[in-house]
Design a protein. Structure first.
Length: 188
């Protein structure tokens, strides 16, 4: 596995080693040993999967507040997405900055998103299967979101059709109006 830095410290692109021949391919998508050798120490406790039927579906920007904040290792097993991580840690040198990475079944890349970051994606193809690991169980009480189009963050999603957004995402507050409780010092 290869760890590639992004402009946001702690957010990494992970490229697995793929072994293939005329029959297909094999790759490890998670190995405690390999991740620890790369300096990434996570104990994942839950796997999640979502399916998006259409190109242009946007999901996010989602996170769980403390004390149930989640780190995520995300990947696509079918189709392609523009995957986005946003630094939501007050006091961080990169607060409100974001990074976008194309994840696809073809490129097999993964994105490692630490606690304190919001996450969202927009489908670039029809029939997208999105799979991710989290290091904290789901908590309805701590489940949060912020508006995908918050102008203080400015994610460049391209065209977004309201009919392809969930009611939850349409009703999410702007970051400055949310109760997001991440602080930089707390999550170092």
């Amino acid at each position: 596995m290869k760890k590639i830095e992004t402009k946001l410290p702690g957010v990494y692109i992970i490229e697995p080693q793929v072994f293939g021949d005329q029959r297909g391919y094999f790759m490890e998508t998670w190995s405690t040993r390999n991740f620890e050798e790369m300096g990434l120490h996570y104990d994942f406790v839950q796997d999640n999967q979502s399916y998006s039927a259409q190109k242009g579906i946007l999901r996010g920007i989602h996170f769980q507040n403390m004390p149930m904040a989640q780190a995520k290792l995300v990947r696509v097993t079918k189709g392609a997405v523009m995957d986005v991580a946003v630094d939501l840690r007050k006091g961080s040198p990169t607060y409100k900055q974001w990074v976008a990475v194309e994840l696809s079944a073809e490129n097999k890349r993964m994105l490692m998103i630490p606690r304190g970051f919001g996450h969202g994606f927009k489908t670039l193809t029809d029939d997208v299967e999105f799979v991710y690991k989290v290091d904290q169980l789901y908590s309805k009480e701590c489940d949060r979101g912020i508006r995908f189009d918050d102008p203080t963050i400015g994610v460049e999603w391209g065209e977004v059709k309201e009919e392809l957004l969930s009611q939850k995402d349409m009703g999410a507050p702007m970051l400055d109006e949310s109760d997001c409780n991440f602080t930089y010092e707390e999550l170092k």
